[in-house]
Ligand binder design. Structure first.
Ligand code: NAP
Length: 259
């Protein structure tokens, strides 16, 4: 791959890279030339993903288990990445959970803390550890994966979408705080994709409203567009579904041929 999508020599972290959208984005980044750190909670799943992606793309893939609700593990992840590669150019804060559709009146303190720890507090901590070091190295790109629901809310997704809405706001804060050190921060707001997360939540509440899932192969292409030299001017930008649609049109021939 060459031109504006070329990520040769770059190092990217994709949290939750073992399955779903994160896995598709990790593959897309590696196909574009980046070395990739894939994380998830289980080391054996990270190892298997790294082996598969390395065989498929020929890139170096570093598997590191890291629970995004555990600050000590997040610090260890950052040290492992810098110890191994000496730098991080791209951080995709992708790992996220929506264990079940739960109406507001039934929300428990435990579920609230669990979802906020993984979907908001963990990504904040990881970005806060990486951004200054990115800045010292000349800059970098952070993408926080939110959801279209962050703009809309909806029945049963109060804890999930409010955490993602907070992450969207935090993205804007980070982008303005770190613009001066060359670290761009954007949010990516996917629509529905039929991943394990969606399947699990849907099984827990089969009557919940759903929309047609998106084409899985879109995710790595969108992320490549946002990471490469062609995206130098992007910061503080949420990429909701309608923006993705615009991106699709603009980049259709180069990036969305199979969507
Ligand atoms: N799928 C959709 O329709 C959709 C729509 C909008 C936004 N999103 C967002 O897109 C992101 C990815 O979702 P997905 O549907 O691809 O999910 P998924 O298929 O369930 O994959 C989740 C990934 O995150 C990891 N993970 C889960 N809990 C974790 C934790 N506590 N710490 C670290 N890693 C953890 C999982 O690995 P382990 O289980 O091994 O830890 C897995 O690699 C999420 O932020 C989600 O909110 C998804």
């Amino acid at each position: 791959m060459s031109g504006i999508f070329d990520l040769s020599g770059r190092v990217a972290i994709v949290t939750g890279g073992t399955r779903g959208l994160g896995n598709a984005m990790a593959r897309g980044l590696a196909e574009a030339g980046a070395s990739v750190v894939v994380t998830g909670r289980k080391q054996d799943a990270c190892d298997a993903t790294a082996k598969e992606l390395a065989e498929q793309t020929g890139r170096e893939i570093l598997p590191v288990a890291c629970h995004m609700g555990d600050w000590d593990q997040i610090e260890a992840l950052v040290e492992r990445c810098y110890g191994h590669f000496g730098k991080v150019d791209v951080l995709v804060n992708n790992a996220g959970i929506n264990p079940a559709f739960v109406p507001v009146v039934q929300l428990t303190s435990e579920l609230w803390d669990k979802v906020y720890d993984v979907n908001l507090k963990g990504p904040m901590r990881l970005a806060a550890l990486v951004a200054p070091r990115m800045g010292e190295a000349g800059g970098g790109s952070i993408i926080n994966v939110i959801t279209q629901g962050a703009y809309m809310g909806g029945p049963g997704v109060g804890v999930y979408t409010s955490a993602k809405a907070a992450l969207l706001n935090l993205t804007r804060v980070m982008a303005t705080e770190w613009a001066g050190i060359g670290v761009r921060v954007n949010a990516l707001a996917p629509g529905p994709f039929m991943t394990d997360m969606m399947r699990g939540a849907a099984e827990a509440a089969p009557e919940a409203p759903s929309r047609k899932p998106g084409a899985f192969s879109a995710a790595p292409r969108i992320i490549s567009v946002m990471k490469g030299p062609g995206a130098r001017a992007f910061t503080r930008t949420p990429m909701p579904a309608h923006s993705v649609a615009i991106t699709r049109v603009r980049f259709r021939s180069a990036a969305f041929a199979d969507v």
